[in-house]
Write a protein that binds this ligand. Sequence first.
Ligand SMILES: Nc1ncnc2c1ncn2[C@@H]1O[C@H](COP(=O)(O)OP(=O)(O)OP(=O)(O)O)[C@@H](O)[C@H]1O
Ligand SMILES: [Mg+2]
Length: 255
Amino acid sequence: MKSNSILEFYDVSFTYPGDKQAVIQNLSFAAEQGEFISIIGPSGCGKSTLFRLLTGLEETIEGEITLDGAPAVKNRGAAGYMPQQDLLLPWRTIAENAAISLECQGMKKRDAYEKVSEFLEIFGLKGYEKKYPKDLSGGMRQRVSFLRTFLTGADVLLLDEPFSALDAITKLRMQEWLYKQWSKWNKTIVFITHDVEEALFLSSRILVITEKPIQKLREFTVPLPKERTRNDLSKMELVQMKQSLIELLKEKVMV
Ligand SMILES: Nc1ncnc2c1ncn2[C@@H]1O[C@H](COP(=O)(O)OP(=O)(O)OP(=O)(O)O)[C@@H](O)[C@H]1O
Ligand SMILES: [Mg+2]
C-alpha cells in the first residue's frame, strides 16, 4: 500500500448480501492529500457503493480501505459524506439540519447556528433557515445537505452528485464556489457526477468506471492548472478529452 495516500482502496472486493454478482472486484486506487477527483460512470455501476464502503455503511468482503492511514471503518470522522439522497430530518428546520454536523462535534447550539448563518447566502438559503425540508425544492434540499457536509470540517469530502438537482445557473455558481473553496483549503474532494463538463472544470483527475464488477478505474488527468476558469473548457485538449469521456460512457451503458 502507498503510505502517503489520504484515501486508499487496496485489492477490495464487495458483493451486496444475497447478490450473486460482485459490484467491486480486486479494485485498487488511491487519492493523495489535496486532490480533487471526480468519479464518473453509468448509472448502477457502483459509484455510490464506493462511498458506502469508505464511510463504513457497508463492509468489504476482501481487501482494505484506508482513510488518512487508518482503516476507514475505524476512522469515520476523517470523511464528510454527502449521500445521494439528502437525508434531511423533517422535524428540524433548515438551519438545524445544516447545524447537525457542528452539534455532533460538540459545538453549542447557538454557536452552531451562528456558523451556519455565515454560509446561508452563498448556499442560496438565506431567508429559508426557519423553514422545514418539506418547504424546499429538491435543489434547495441538496444545498442544505451539501452545507451540512461542508460544515463537518473533515479533511476528505465525499460528495455524491451534489449538484445534480440544481438548475443550470445555480449549478455553475456552486461549482465555482466549491472550486474556489477547494483551491484555498488543503482538503481532498472525491466527487461523483454524471456531468462530464462539471468533472473537467473541477477535477485534477477523473476516474471512469467502464466495467461491472469494477476492477479498474480508467484515469484521465485534466490538463489544466489549478488556476483555471470555465473558458479553459473551450481549449482544444479539453474539448477532445470531453469527447473521449462521452464516447467511453456511451459505449458502457449498463443495465
Ligand atoms: N443497499 C443495497 N443492497 C443491494 N444492492 C444494492 C444496494 N445499493 C446498491 N445496490 C446495487 O449495487 C449496484 C451499484 O449501485 P450504486 O448505487 O453503487 O450505483 P451508482 O453507480 O451510484 O448508480 P447511480 O449513478 O444511479 O447513482 C446496483 O446494481 C444496485 O442495484
Ligand atoms: Mg449513486
